[in-house]
Ligand binder design. Structure first.
Ligand code: NAI
Ligand code: ENO
Length: 363
C-alpha cells in the first residue's frame, strides 16, 4: 500500500484526501493536534485513519502533504526533518506562497526524503474539512516548484499521484510564482476586503448601501470572505511582493483621480477599452484561481412554480445543479435565477435545454 499522510485536513487537505481515498493501492492518514478533529475526520470518512501523533503519521509514509496555514509550514518541515522517514519519501505542501518554504527546504537536511513545493490553484472562500470536495481541483492549475536537487523519479511519482486530482500540473520557479500569484490572487483579495470595508463604513450612517449591494457587489466581493488566519499568513509571508503591488495599485487609483479632476472623458473611456481588450484575451470559462463554479443566469417571469419547472427540466435530463440562487424577485420586474454547476458539460447542456424552452439565458 502507498501511504499518503495529510497534515491539516481542512478545505485543501480534506479535498486532497477525498481525491486519494478509496483509490487502488492508496491509504490516506490524517493528522491533527486536536483529538476532536481526528474523530471528525474519521466520522466524515475523509481519511482511512487519523492520529494526533506526528511520528505515527509520518512513519513509513510514501507521500506527506503539508496543508496547514502558510505561517506554520516551516515549523512542520523542520519537525519532519527530525523524524526518521521512509527513504525516498516525498514531502510536498499546498501553501499559497512558495518562495519561503522552498528556501526553508533548501536549508534543511531531510534524511533521504525530497521536498517538492506545491500550490493547487483552486479553492473557495469557505474553509475547514466541511467544505472539502473531491472535484475541487478538476481542470485547475496545480503549480509544482521542484528545485534542481529533486530527482526526476521523485517528481514523476508525485505527478503520477496528483493525476487523481485531475488538475493540470505546471512547473514554476517559486519566486516567480509569488510575484504572479501575488498579482492575480493576493492583490484582488486585498482590494475586495478594502472595498467591502469602505462600503461597510458608509453603511453605518445609512443601510441603503447594504440593501442595494445584494446583487453584483456581493458577487464581485465574494473573495473578501476568505478565512482571516489563512489570508493573514499569506499576505504577511508575501509582504515584499504585496508592498510593491500596492504601490502600483495606488498609481492606478491616482490615475482615475486625475482623469476625474480633469473631466477627461476620453481618458476614462480609454481605461475601459484597454481593460476590456486584455480581459477578453483571458481564457474563457477555464477554472482559474478566482472562480470555482460554472454559472449561468436565467431571466424568469415572476409566477408560482417557475423554479420547480426549471429544476425539473434539468433534473429530467440528468443535469446536476450544485447551487441555485434567486438574485431578484419583485412583483414589477422579471426575476433572475443563478444556476451553478460543477462541470462545464452540465452547464453547456443546461444552456441548450433552457434555450430550447425559450428562456432568456446569460453566461
Ligand atoms: N483556501 C483556499 O482556497 C486555498 C488555500 N491554499 C493553502 O492551503 C493551506 C490550507 O488552507 P485551507 O485548507 O483553505 O485552510 P483550512 O482552515 O480549511 O485548513 C487548515 C488546516 O490546518 C489546521 N491548522 C490551522 N492552524 C494550525 C496550526 N497552527 N497548526 C497546525 N494545524 C493548523 C486546521 O485544523 C485545518 O485542518 C494554506 O496554506 C493555504 O494558503 C491553497 C489553495 C487554495
Ligand atoms: O475563493 C477563491 O476563488 C480563491 O481565491 C481561492 C484561492 C485561495 C487561495 C489560493 O492560494 C488559491 C485559490
Amino acid at each position: 500500500m502507498t501511504k499518503i499522510v495529510i497534515f491539516g485536513v481542512g478545505l485543501i487537505g480534506g479535498s486532497l484526501a477525498l481525491c486519494f481515498k478509496g483509490k487502488p493501492g492508496l491509504t490516506v492518514v490524517g493528522h491533527s493536534n486536536n483529538p476532536q478533529s481526528v474523530d471528525k475526520y474519521i466520522k466524515r470518512q475523509v481519511v482511512d485513519h487519523a492520529t494526533t501523533s506526528m511520528e505515527e503519521a509520518a512513519a513509513d509514509a510514501d507521500f506527506i502533504f503539508l496543508c496547514v496555514p502558510v505561517g506554520n509550514l516551516d515549523e512542520y518541515l523542520i519537525k519532519l526533518s527530525a523524524i526518521p522517514l521512509k527513504p525516498d519519501c516525498i514531502i510536498t505542501d499546498v501553501g499559497s506562497t512558495k518562495a519561503s518554504i522552498a528556501a526553508c527546504a533548501a536549508r534543511l537536511q531531510l534524511n533521504r526524503a525530497f521536498f517538492i513545493g506545491g500550490h493547487p490553484m483552486a479553492g473557495k472562500e469557505k474553509s475547514g474539512v466541511e467544505a472539502a470536495t473531491s472535484h475541487l481541483f478538476e481542470n485547475a492549475f496545480y503549480v509544482l516548484t521542484p528545485d534542481a536537487s529533486v530527482p526526476d523519479e521523485a517528481y514523476r511519482k508525485l505527478a503520477e499521484l496528483l493525476e487523481w486530482t485531475r488538475a493540470k500540473l505546471i512547473k514554476v520557479d517559486p519566486v516567480l510564482h509569488d510575484e504572479v500569484v501575488g498579482a492575480i490572487s493576493h492583490l484582488p483579495h486585498i482590494i475586495a476586503v478594502a472595498l467591502v470595508n469602505q462600503i461597510a463604513g458608509y453603511n453605518e450612517s445609512n443601510d441603503l448601501y447594504q440593501n442595494l449591494a445584494a446583487g453584483g457587489f456581493r458577487d464581485i466581493t465574494r473573495i473578501a470572505s476568505g478565512d482571516p488566519i489563512i489570508w493573514r499568513d499569506i499576505l504577511i509571508n508575501n509582504r515584499e511582493v504585496m508592498l510593491k503591488l500596492l504601490a502600483d495599485w495606488n498609481r492606478e487609483v491616482d490615475r482615475f483621480i486625475r482623469l476625474l479632476e480633469e473631466q477627461d472623458g476620453d481618458g476614462i473611456a480609454k481605461q475601459f477599452q484597454t481593460a476590456g481588450e486584455f480581459r477578453s484575451s483571458l481564457p474563457e470559462r477555464r477554472k482559474g484561481v478566482l472562480t470555482s463554479v460554472y454559472e449561468l443566469y436565467v431571466d424568469v417571469p415572476d409566477h408560482p412554480g417557475i423554479i420547480g419547472q426549471i429544476t425539473m427540466l434539468l433534473g429530467n435530463q440528468k443535469v446536476n445543479l450544485s447551487n441555485i440562487h434567486i438574485i431578484e424577485s419583485r412583483e414589477d420586474v422579471p426575476g433572475v435565477l443563478r444556476l451553478s454547476f460543477r462541470e462545464e458539460s452540465h452547464l453547456d447542456r443546461a444552456l441548450e435545454l433552457l434555450k430550447q424552452e425559450n428562456y432568456t439565458v446569460h453566461v
